[in-house]
Structures are given as C-alpha cells and as structure tokens.
Design a protein around this ligand. Structure first.
Ligand code: ADP
Length: 624
C-alpha cells in the first residue's frame, strides 16, 4: 500500500476504477440498475416539470384568471409530486441493496484473497490495521458506485431538464446565469487537488489507529504487567490527534465549496431578478416566464451544487477503492507449477539438499544447508536464537521459495508438487498454540475436517486433553475465548497437539514451546508429543535438552550454516565441536536449550513471539 501514488490520481482514474468495478460486478446488477435509472429519470423529469408548470400557474391562473384550468394544473402538480416520491423511494432502496451486496462481495473476496497471500505479505502488514483498512475501504467501493449513479442519473438529468426549461423560457437570462459555471468548475478542480492527499492520509491514519487499539487490547495482559497504559495512551493520543486534524482538514477543504457556490448562486439569482424586474417594469412583460425561469434556476441550484460536490465525495471513495484493488492485485506467490502433481508419501524421508535462502536479496539467512530427516525418526534442530531454525521449518512448508538447493520428500522436489498436498502431509505444532473462534471440537477438527467426533475425542485423549475438556462447561462444545484465553497455556498446547494428531500426517513439524509450564502440564505435554511423534518423520526445533538427547539425529545450525550433525553421544565425542563446547559450558544454554532434566520450567529463550512477527521483510514482493 504505497502512499506515494496518492498525488497522481487523475480524473480519468475515477472512470477507470468505476469501469473495473462495473466490469467485475455490473452484469449481476443490470436489471437493478435499469430500474434505478428509470426511477432517477422520473425524479429528474418531475422536478423539471414542476418548474415548467410555474409559467402556467402564474400566467393562466393569476394573470389571466382562467378558473377552468385550476383543477388540471393542480392535479398535474400533485401527480408529479406523487410520482417523485415513489420514484425516490424505489431508487434509494434499489441502490442501497446493490451497495450492501457489493460490500458483502468485496468482504468475501478480500478475505479469500488474504488467505491466499504468502507469508511475506503478513511479515509486512499489521493484522489489526489490515482489518480496519479493509473495513473502511470496502464502503468506499459502494459509495463510488451509488454516488456516480445518483449524481449522473438524478442530478445531471435534473440539471439538464431544468436548464432546458430555463432556455425554453428565456434564452438570454439562461446565458446570463450559466456564466457562473466556469468559475464553479475551476473551484472544484482546485479543491480536489488539495483533498486527495488528505483523504488518503486519513484512511491510513484511521486504520493505524484502529489497528493499534486492537493490538493493545489483544495484548492487555502484557500492557498491564509492564504498566504500559500511560505510554500506550500517549502513543494512541498522537494518532487520535493526527486523525482529528486530518478530518478537520478534509472538512475545511471540502466545505469550502459551499461558500463559493453560494456566492456564485447569489450573484446569478440576484442578477436574473434585477434584469427581469427591469424588463417587467419597463417592458410590461407578463410575469409567468420569469417565475418559471426563477423556479427552474432555484431548483437547479441544488443538483448543480451536489454535482460539484459529488467529485469531492468520489475522491474519497476512489482512494478507498484503489486501496482495495492494491490488495486484490497482489499476486499470491509460491504458485504451484503448471504440471504440479500431488505429493505421494511412501516413507516420509525429507532431504534438504544444499538449500540457501534470504528474506532480503543481500542478506542470506540459510547458506548451503544439507541434511536428511530420516523417515519415521526424530531430527532435532538446535542453534542459538536467530540461527535460522524457524526459517528452515517455514521453507519446508513452502511459505517462501528457495534461493538455491532443493527440499526433497521421498524423491519429490517440494517446489514441483501442489502446495495443498505438501501441507496436507505435514502436521505443524507451533510454539504459540493458536486457537480460532469456535468450539474446542472445531479447533481440533481444523487438523482434518473429515475427522469424526470419535476420532477427535480419541486424539484429545492421546494428547492428554480429554480430561480437562470434559471438565469445561459444555465439554467439547465449549466456545474458546479469543485466542483461548479461558484455557491455560498447557491446555492450549495440548489442544494444538490434538489438532496435529487428528491430522494424521506422515511428517510432523514441531516448534517446541520455550515458555514455562507447571510441572504437571509439562509432563503431560511431553507425553502428548511422544504420542504424536511416534513413527512419524519428526523435525523439531528443540528447546529442551531431553528432546535433543532423545533425538535420532541432531542438526546444529550456527548463523545459517549447518556446523555439525549426529546423535547426542556422537556430538559430545568431539570436544572441540560447537555442541559439545556449549553443552560443557552451560548445559546447552548457548544453543537456546532449556535444561529440563529437573523441573523443565526455566525461561531460556527471551525472544518474544511478537518480535518475530514484526520483523520487516524486504522480500515481500517476492514472497507475497
Ligand atoms: P531462529 O528460529 O533460529 O531463531 P529465524 O529463522 O527466526 O531464527 O531467523 C533467522 C534470521 O532470519 C534472523 O536473522 C532473523 O532476523 C531473520 N528473519 C526471520 N524471519 C524474518 C522475516 N520474516 N523477515 C526478515 N528477516 C527474518
């Protein structure tokens, strides 16, 4: 979402965005639009008619005293108002329906698209802001269409009708009053330029504001623990003030049109009355024509002003619509190859063959890493924080594409198989167990949608979760709070392990939790993990010494390079090795390991998950 394009919007861009919205959605609404346009034309026609009939009202009824025409004239005026009322209603309801349906469509489309975008996009985007921006902008698309249609069909047609009435009644006066057109158009164009930048800034600041509020409330426990309330309040205060200031600037600029329009209109109306008054007193003309003319002029003022303003409103809507298309036009990366086949797992052997990767082009994170995670065995990856362990796990799931080398599962390069089949063969247990809105049962079932209830309960049993689930108010049908706040850390971990068991995938990726659990939870989580690791190819980012010691193979990463591999005993046998050295010095702490032989509840990795998420990735373009 680049801010620098804000100043380059051209009027014809409005047309091109509208054309695109229509091309993508218009066909489905065709008859709705036809109906709305008919209604709008009726509104415009009846408005012009009321101005036109004024001449007869004045001349026939009041000047010539034609009593026989009173009923006819009054009836036609009444009829015009009735038609206008019904048509206004029909038009408004139809346009609102189209608008609401458009909003619904774009919401769905955006969500679907967001789900398909790559990890690079999310590395660069804050989720709260994204949600706020989507919400704010979607309404812009609706406004853009209904505004164009209303202004063109109702106001423009009304204006044409009324100007026609004016010209028919008095061409000279018409020419005189239309003189205010050019200065009005110039004023609008000038204001528009000033408005464009402020509008875009306002949308961005507002979404930052809403996003910041959302993040602060999500992290409320940290906020309170670190007494960050005042600091955050000040920071939000800055955004609040900026948003207010932008909103005021937009109001000042866009409302400036009103005094300009009023002055010009006052000039036209008084000019017309002065000239017509002179003609009536000196030339003795009947007053009907002038009355009809002035009525048309006064009636024309509103649509003309609205038409002038519509561009102001459209400007905002255009900014919104463009921001939406900026998201929709992002191409999801990691496409499946055109001839991609489904991954066929026989044994589940994973080979990393000389892989290199960097998030940014000039900063390699992994360099020429080769090792084999043998089928059905456990491979532990150890290394200090920042060594590239999480990156390795992300690459195996093809969240990013490699710079060099290949990852091969049972002889098949993962870049040549479908992502769906690849990820379907992997069960992933993240360090931060994430629960989604829904019941406990739903959350386990996300592992495999086809899982029967019995399978879910069996998996929960294996994950040592069945007991506490049954103690919940509605058992398996208990709704989890946002991010599972009603469950303890250990319980959440066991739910996410149950999800992995239900998935029943041949390859298990495990990012071991570093956070402290109480002794009992810890033991239960380890037991649950033992179940799911059984007879699966397991690759684990190991933080616990016991995991490492029991692994079939240990891979030691240091600054993106594989420096050693072997079993615990083999690695210890080389007294000069990285692993042995660290192990000797501080029980593995230099490798980010927790010595859990005792209680297993130390906090060894200070790296908070939040810092992981907020790292910026210059490679977004490549991976989004
Ligand atoms: P580990 O899991 O071993 O702590 P990571 O794989 O998370 O290490 O990180 C390895 C390196 O890659 C670090 O230098 C880190 O700053 C960088 N890195 C990790 N994720 C990203 C990202 N999304 N964008 C840019 N750089 C990243």
């Amino acid at each position: 979402m680049k801010a620098d394009t804000a100043n380059q919007a051209k009027p014809r861009e409005i047309a091109s965005v509208i054309r695109r919205i229509l091309a993508e959605n218009g066909r489905d609404y065709f008859w709705h639009y036809v109906f709305a346009v008919v209604c709008l034309v009726l509104v415009a026609g009846t408005t012009a008619f009321t101005a036109w009939i004024m001449r007869d009202v004045i001349d026939q009824i009041f000047y010539r005293h034609r009593g026989d025409l009173v009923a006819l004239i009054c009836l036609s005026i009444f009829g015009a108002f009735v038609i206008r009322g019904l048509a206004t209603y029909g038009q408004a309801v139809t346009l609102a329906k189209i608008g609401n349906n458009l909003v619904a469509r774009y919401q769905q489309r955006l969500f679907d698209h967001l789900m398909r975008l790559g990890m690079g996009f999310y590395n660069d985007t804050r989720s709260g802001q994204l949600a706020a921006q989507v919400n704010e902008n979607v309404n812009g698309v609706r406004d853009l269409l209904s505004m164009t249609l209303t202004s063109i069909a109702r106001d423009a047609v009304s204006l044409v009708g009324l100007v026609a009435v004016m010209v028919i009644q008095d061409p000279f006066l018409s020419a005189m009053s239309l003189l205010i057109g050019p200065p009005l158009i110039y004023a609008v164009a000038y204001l528009m330029r000033r408005l464009r930048r402020a509008t875009r800034e306002a949308v961005q600041i507002n979404s930052r504001l809403i996003g910041a509020m959302q993040e602060a409330t999500q992290g409320i426990a940290i906020v309170k623990a670190f007494t960050m309330e005042d600091v955050l309040s000040k920071r939000i205060g800055g955004l609040v003030a900026a948003a207010e200031q932008r909103a005021n600037r937009i109001a000042r600029v866009s409302e400036r049109l009103n005094p300009i329009a009023e002055v010009l209109a006052g000039f036209a109306v008084s000019g017309v009355i002065a000239y017509a008054g002179y003609r009536a007193t000196v030339g003795g003309q009947p007053p009907g024509t002038v009355f009809a003319f002035i009525t048309a002029l006064l009636l024309a003022y509103d649509p003309a002003r609205r038409l002038a303003r519509v561009q102001v409103g459209m400007e905002r809507a255009l900014v919104n619509a463009r921001m939406i298309y900026e998201i929709l036009d992002l191409k999801p990366q990691q496409h499946d190859a055109p001839d991609a086949a489904a991954l066929r797992i026989e044994r589940g052997e994973v080979r990393f063959e000389g892989i290199s990767f960097g998030y940014a082009a000039d900063a390699p994170v992994l360099r020429d890493v080769s090792f084999v995670a043998e089928a059905g065995k456990t491979t532990a990856i150890v290394g200090a924080s920042g060594a590239g362990k999480s990156t390795l796990v992300a690459l195996l799931q093809r969240f990013y594409d490699l710079d060099a080398g290949a990852i091969v599962i049972d002889g098949q390069d993962i870049s040549a198989v479908t992502k769906k089949s690849l990820r379907g063969s992997i069960a992933y247990v993240s360090q931060q167990p994430y629960l989604f809105e829904g019941t406990i049962r739903d959350n386990i079932r996300y592992g495999r949608l086809s899982a029967a209830d019995a399978e879910i309960e069996q998996a929960a049993g294996l994950a040592a979760a069945d007991e506490f689930i049954r103690q919940q108010p509605q058992g398996y049908d208990t709704e989890v709070g946002e991010n599972g706040v009603t469950l303890s850390g250990g319980q959440r971990q066991r739910l996410s392990i149950a999800r992995a068991i239900v998935r029943d995938a041949p390859i298990l990726l495990l990012d071991e939790a570093t956070s402290a659990l109480d002794n009992e939870s810890e033991a239960r989580v380890q037991q649950a993990l033992g179940e799911v690791m059984h007879q699966r190819t397991t690759i684990v980012i190991a933080h616990r010494l016991s995991t490492v010691v029991n692994a079939d193979r240990i891979v030691v990463l240091d600054q993106g390079r594989l420096v050693e591999q072997g079993t615990h005993a083999e690695l210890l046998a080389d007294p000069d090795g990285v692993y042995a050295r660290f192990h000797r010095l501080n029980g593995g702490a230099g490798l980010g390991l927790v010595d859990d032989r005792g209680a297993g509840q130390d906090e060894a990795q200070p790296e908070a998950p939040a810092t992981r998420r907020s790292r910026s990735s210059k490679a977004a373009g490549r991976t989004a």
